[in-house]
Design a protein around this ligand. Structure first.
Ligand SMILES: [Zn+2]
Length: 277
């Protein structure tokens, strides 16, 4: 019987159907741990609007962030930057420039540790210190958090949510951190992108000129298909946030809401989890 309840709970979680109160029941807590579909984590947004959010982690970088801003400005694209507090401390002017150019800022910790390994005090320090530095530099307090190194657990998600931020993951990983191929990075995103996606890139760490060239191809390719580029805040307003992770789960999700969406999504490649973030 407990196994049956667990299986049902995993299915329900995968579909993002559970009302938050049910998560307190032991069966659902178990299922939540094993399914990885914590409904407090936003991985994509269920919408039929052809909109995606480009997100950039680990900056601001003194070399690549200004180059990236030049590209985004030329293409009139707004993005979301998940900043490392320590990096902002070194270049607060770049964080200000991001805000001045209409981009959105998120908290990506103070110095990028694997946060699932930290004590609650250390977690709170990482969250609060980064937000404090970003707010001091820009006047804006981050409303979104993305975990460094894709390292997260229930303690971290709870700390983020109780601190008033939304926990943002991603649905398409460009895997730019492990690739030097512009076409490989751009091709991966262009193959997988669909409405409501949150797309992960990096503007710091290694030679990110490769990322910038790939982003140019992604913007041009998706624009040609009729997509618009929005910030995380804008994306959250045009659809229902979902914690499901890949196309299979999305297919199940969409089956419920739209036959047309189901037909469109069945021919997509199998999504592979991972990502350094
Ligand atoms: Zn990172």
């Amino acid at each position: 019987m407990p196994v049956f309840v667990g299986i049902l709970a995993i299915l329900a979680l995968a579909l993002n159907l559970l009302p938050p109160g049910l998560l307190d029941l032991p069966g659902f807590q178990w299922a939540q741990r094993w399914s990885g579909a914590d409904p407090r984590i936003v991985r994509w947004v269920n919408t039929e609007v052809k909109a995606v959010a480009l997100t950039f982690d680990d900056g601001p970088d003194p070399v690549y962030t200004p180059d990236l801003l030049e590209l985004l400005s030329a293409r009139k694209v707004k993005a979301t930057f998940f900043l490392i507090g320590k990096m902002v401390d070194a270049r607060p002017d770049l964080a200000r420039l991001l805000v001045l150019q209409g981009h959105e800022l998120g908290n990506h910790s103070y110095n990028h540790p694997p946060m699932a390994h930290l004590s609650r005090e250390e977690v709170d320090f990482q969250l609060q210190e980064a937000s404090k530095i970003i707010e001091k530099a820009t006047g804006m307090r981050p409303r979104y958090f993305r975990p460094p190194l894709n390292s997260h657990n229930d303690q971290l998600v709870s700390a983020v949510v109780s601190g008033g931020m939304t926990f943002i993951h991603w649905s398409v990983d460009s895997r730019d951190w492990e690739s030097n191929s512009v076409d490989g990075i751009a091709g991966r995103v262009l193959t997988h992108a669909q409405p409501g996606d949150i797309i992960l890139f990096h503007d710091h760490g290694g030679d990110r000129s490769v990322t910038i060239k790939a982003v140019e191809k992604v913007i041009d390719g998706l624009s040609a298909r009729g997509y618009v580029f929005v910030t995380i805040g804008e994306l959250l307003k045009i659809g229902r946030p979902a914690s499901v992770a890949g196309p299979e789960e999305r297919r199940l999700w969409r089956t419920r809401s739209s036959r047309e969406q189901r037909e469109r999504s069945t021919d997509r490649e199998v999504w592979s989890p991972g990502g350094r973030d």
